[in-house]
Design a protein around this ligand. Sequence first.
Ligand SMILES: Cc1ncc(COP(=O)(O)O)c(C=O)c1O
Length: 433
Amino acid sequence: MSDLLARHRAVMPNWLSLYYNEPIEIVGGKGNRVVDASGKSYLDFFAGILTNMIGYDVAEVREAVERQLATGVVHTSTVYLLRGQVELAEKIARLSGIENAKVFFTNSGTEANETALLLATYARRSDQVLAMRQSYHGRSFGAISVTSNRSWKNSSLSPLNVHFLHGADRHLARFRGMSDADYIAACVEDLRHVLATSVGGDVAALIAEPIQGVGGFTMAPDGLFAAYKEVLDAEGILFISDEVQTGWGRTGSAFFGIANHGVTPDMMTFAKGLGNGFAVGGVVARGDLMDGLHAVGLATFGGNPISMAAANATLDYVLDHDLQANAARTGTLIIDGLREAAPRLPIVGDIRGKGLMFAVELVDPSTGEPSPALAARFMEETKKAGLLAGKGGLYGNVLRMAPPLTLTMDEAAEGLGIIVNALEVINAEVVSS
Ligand SMILES: Cc1ncc(COP(=O)(O)O)c(C=O)c1O
C-alpha cells in the first residue's frame, strides 16, 4: 500500500470510497488529460465526477481567477454588492427560460437542492415531495430524503414526507420491452395512483434528475416529464429539475437536460461543472418562489468572488465555443461506436446516454444479472490503458463516463477505442472461463 493511501485510510472516513485496487493521486492536468503521481497520463472520461467541465489548465478560467486574486479580495460576503454574482445570475436567469427568474448561489449541489426544497415546501405550505426511484440528490437530511438508492442513503430521518415514482426504471421486469409511449403511460398512471393513495392534502413539488447520475445514467424516455407536468400542473405541484450533472449543454441535444422533455421547470438546481472545479452551486427559480421566503438568508461562501470569476469564465467559454454542439458531435461518435460494438459483446447489458454523458452496463452473460465484478475489472483494464472512467448504478455494474465538453473528435475516437478494447478483453476472459 502506498504511504499516502495508508495515511488516507488512517484519517479519512472509511465510507469515502476510492477507485482502483491501487488508488491514484492526480497531480497535473492539461486539456482533457491528467497525470498521476507516477507520471502516467490518462484521457479523463470522468472529469472529477463531471466537474472539470471544460478540462484542465484553461487559460480563460485561470486568468479570471488570477485577476480576482490580484484585487486582494477573496471574500466580502453577500451584505455587499458582488458584481460577479449579479453578472452570473443574469446569464443563468436568461439561459434558464424560467419566467422572471432569480438565482441564489450555494457551495454545492446538496445545498442547492436544500434551497429548492425549502422554496417549494414554503410556497406550497406542504412538507410532501415527490421524487424518482433510483435518484441521488446529495448528502444532507433533506437531500438524502429525496434520494432513492440504498447504497447512498445513510439515514431514514427526514424533514420531508417523500413518495417515490417510477420513470427511470425500465429495467424492471414489469416494464421491460414496453414502447416509450406505453412506459410513459404506465408511469403517469403510477403518478396519478400515488397522488390518489399516498398523499394527504397538497404536494409541494416533484424533484427529478433528467438523467440520473449516481443511478447510472438511467433516464426517462424524452417526453415523460412533459406528461408528468400535465398532472402536476392540474394540482399546482411545482417541478424542480436537478441539473447538477445534466446542465450547460452536456446532453448535446439541450442546454439543460430537462429541455429534452420540452419542459420548463419552476426551478433548476446546479453545481459541479459550472465553476470548472471551483466550488459553486445554486438554484434558479421563478422570481415569486425565490422571493417568497419571509426570513432573511445567506450562504457565507456561496457565490464568493473567486468562484464567481471561475464560473463566469467557464460559462462564457461554454457559450463562446458552442460546447453543446461539441458534446452532441463527440457524444454521437462514442455512443454510436459503443452501440455498434455491443451486439458482439454478451457482457454488455445496455448502452445508454445523451451527448457526453454515456454508460455501459455490464452483466453476467450466463444469467443476465448485473455484474459489479466485471465493472470493477473494466475500471482496472481502462486504467491500465490510460483512461479514467466512473462507476455507478443501483447494482454497481454501470460504467459511467462524462468527459469534459471540450473533448476533440480525435480524443473521442481514442477513448472509444480504449473502451471497446477493454470490453473485448473482458468479454474474451468471461467467454473462455
Ligand atoms: C444529481 C446530483 N444532485 C446533487 C448532488 C450533490 O452535489 P454535491 O456533491 O455538490 O453536494 C450530486 C452529486 O453527485 C448529483 O449528482
